[in-house]
Design a protein. Structure first.
Length: 274
């Protein structure tokens, strides 16, 4: 039995979503997707037909092979204290030599922090791009552009631009605009003789703390002025279920990495912070 009404997702839609996912993956610095896309493109038509069939049945939702792997990327690394109490501090121009000297002079364990992220399959990247094209663009449109700058969708005459190559506008130009407008606002108030306090902040582990199911809550959709069709809601529920499936393996990934590090020599190993 088909999961969505006929015509909600077509093969042409998947070709377009593939194109957009590939372009956005090209600019992603935390993963190297080129080989995966090259292999996928060798049988692009058959791969997309297979994906269309899986989307219509929903079997991909709980299939980890269709979603991707759990990987850890370095976030920060502590530096052992080299203070011997004699008030002498020194450093070299060779960072590796400096690091080795710090470790040799200290008995502290070095604490390494990692960020756990998904290494998505090409299929999952296509599905994600398709969801943005079908549903996510409605939520993006409801966000005030004067309050949110980063990772906004490319639009043409107010609607999502399905003809351009990628999904998102360049991040760095949006960041530049955000910074410039903030500085302009501060300068303007200072010129008016006002006392101001400028605060920049970042929410720690924000994306790992958000429960994505809120996007289908009636109160949220009403406040955003967004309405979804039955197919759009069903597709969104499938995507949310796939995210929950991937997160279900996150704890076991943390345990595997911690066990690996625990098996190394105490002097050499960093402490893993998930």
């Amino acid at each position: 039995m088909a999961r969505y009404q006929r015509g909600f997702i077509t093969l042409a839609d998947l070709f377009r979503a593939y194109r957009k996912a590939k372009v956005d993956a090209f600019y992603e610095s935390s993963h190297f997707h080129a080989i995966a896309y090259a292999r996928y493109e060798k049988s692009l038509h058959s791969n997309l037909k297979r994906l269309l069939a899986r989307l219509s049945t929903g079997v991909w939702v709980n299939d980890l092979n269709s979603l991707g792997q759990c990987v850890f990327v370095p976030k920060s690394l502590g530096v052992p204290s080299r203070d011997k109490g004699d008030g002498v501090h020194y450093a070299t121009l060779d960072h590796l030599q400096d690091w080795e000297a710090s470790c040799a002079d200290s008995t502290e364990e070095v604490k390494a922090n990692f960020r756990q992220i998904i290494n998505p399959s090409v299929d999952y990247q296509i599905i994600s791009a398709l969801w943005v094209m079908r549903v996510g663009h409605k939520l993006d449109k409801a966000i005030d552009p004067t309050c949110s700058y980063g990772h906004r969708l490319r639009r043409s005459r107010g609607e999502i631009n399905l003809d351009c190559s990628g999904l998102f506008t360049p991040y760095f130009s949006a960041y530049r605009d955000w910074r410039a407008k903030g500085l302009s606002a501060m300068r303007r108030e200072l010129e008016r003789g006002q006392e101001i306090l400028a605060v920049t902040m970042d929410i720690r582990q924000f994306y790992h703390s958000v429960v994505p199911e809120f996007i289908l809550r009636e109160a949220f959709l009403d406040a955003a002025g967004v309405s979804l069709t039955e197919d759009e809601e069903a597709f969104s529920r499938d995507l949310l279920a796939s995210i929950a499936c991937w997160y279900s393996v996150l704890a076991s990934c943390c345990l595997c990495h911690a066990s690996f590090l625990a098996g190394r020599n105490r002097r050499d190993r960093p402490l893993l912070a998930c």
